[in-house]
Each structure stands twice: as C-alpha cells, then as structure tokens.
Design a protein around this ligand. Structure first.
Ligand code: ADE
Length: 240
C-alpha cells in the first residue's frame, strides 16, 4: 500500500517510516510512504504557503495553489487510484471499521493542514473524505496522519509478526475490548497470574479470555456491545 503525505513537515514522514510496525512493514515491502511539501510548489522568493483570512480573524489560512500542486504531483507519481483524505477535527471519527476499510485501498493521499485551516475551495475540489482522530484539536494534521498510517499499516498482511494478533486486539473482528495479559513471573509482589492461564487447558483459557473481554467491554465501553459480534451465549451472560 502506498501513502502520500502532503505536509509542511515532510521530515515527520521519514520519522514515522523509520520505526516500529510501520518501519517493518516498509522493510517488508508492504507499504511505502512519500512526503510532499507544498512549500516546494509555492511561488516567489518567500515561497508563501499561507495568507490572512478574508473577513478578518486570527491566524493564517493555507493557500489553494501550493496545496493543489502538491496533491496533484502526488497523484501523478503513481498510476494506482488514490483516495484523498484531509485530517481535520471536522471529519468523521476514525474507527477500527474505518481503518479496515482504508487498509483495503491501494493508496491514500493524506493532507495535513496547519495553522487555522485550509482554503475551503481546495477542500471542496480535491478532498474525497475528512477524517478526525477524536474530539479535540491538534495544531496540525501530522499526528493524526501518523495515527491513521499506523493503524492501517498493522492490518497489512504480514506486517505483524503473529498473524493472529490484529484479530485478537481490542476492536478485533468481534468489536470487543481485549482481555488482560500476563507474563513471567507467575508470582510477584503485585499479584499472581490467574491460574487458568497456567492450566494448559486451551478451551478453558479461551473461555476465560472471552469472559474477560466481555466483562471489560461491559464495564468500560458498554456502547460497543450494541455493535459487537456476540453469540447467543455471550448475550445470555450479559443479560443474566
Ligand atoms: N487536525 C487537528 N485536529 C485534528 C483531529 N482531532 N483529528 C484529525 N486531524 C486534526
């Protein structure tokens, strides 16, 4: 999968690509990341990328032309069709279902705004979708783009070392929160590992994990249960 990140801070892209799951997915040829700096497409001695807002008010607004040229250059760099996404608190909220949908795309162009915003005409003309990573305001779209790339990269087949782990995560295919995890030592001053996990009884371990996942979701995020893929047995447990 290919990501093109349109940003005034392309070095951020290189940082993101160098580490962790995204870095490894890149090394394995599962994804590639390219940065496009609108300043490289700006005209004049000052290579201006923003200007004051019409109607007054604080801050600066990013200009149409350098952004449009950067997006178009990114689009033209590869023949695969690209969805263009603007990261913005006004977008629809990123969920694991949305991440799964995006992970099936051949490429994404991610537009990171800065300052007070981006000229609305550019958004109308060039952007397919606006996505928010939560109901709070960041000072730019770069961190949101990093979140999106990370979440999508780990779903690329072969990106994670244990093929099952994406399914078992919180918001895996069943939409529940994850169960608790333990490792050595068995006994610790902070407590002991639950005995069932040491029993070697795989059916019992699976049952315990399912109960924990259900219980946690019920306690912490009951809203998720409405959409979760629950069996009749799960429902009976929760309704008891
Ligand atoms: N840019 C600024 N705030 C944002 C948010 N919450 N999500 C996505 N992009 C943003």
């Amino acid at each position: 999968m290919r990501f093109d990140i349109v940003s005034l801070f392309p070095e951020f892209v290189a940082q993101l690509a160098a580490h962790g799951v995204v870095g490894r997915a890149g090394e394995r040829g599962l994804l590639s990341l390219y940065g496009w700096n609108p300043r490289d497409f700006a005209e004049g001695n000052y290579r201006r990328v923003d200007d004051r807002p019409f109607g007054g008010g604080p801050g600066m607004v990013m200009l149409v032309d350098p952004l449009r040229a950067a997006i178009r250059a990114a689009r033209a760099a590869d023949p695969a069709p690209a969805k263009t996404i603007y990261l913005s608190p006004q977008g629809s909220c990123l969920t694991q279902a949305k991440v799964r949908d995006l992970a099936s795309q051949p490429r994404l162009i991610l537009l990171c705004g800065r300052y007070e915003g981006v000229d609305e005409r550019l958004l109308q003309a060039e952007v397919d979708e606006e996505i928010s990573i939560g109901d709070y305001v960041l000072s730019g779209g770069e961190l949101a783009a990093a979140v999106l790339v990370d979440a999508v990269a780990r779903l690329q087949e072969g990106a994670l070392n244990d093929a099952d782990s994406a399914e078992q995560d919180s918001f895996g295919s069943d939409g529940l929160l994850d169960c608790p995890h333990y490792t050595r030592p068995v006994e610790h001053e902070l407590g002991a590992v639950p005995e069932v996990l040491l029993s070697g009884n795989h059916a019992e371990i699976a049952r315990w994990r399912r109960m924990q996942a259900l219980g946690r979701t019920w306690l912490r995020r009951p809203d998720l249960l409405d959409e979760a893929g629950l069996s009749k047995r799960d429902r009976a447990l929760l309704e008891a």
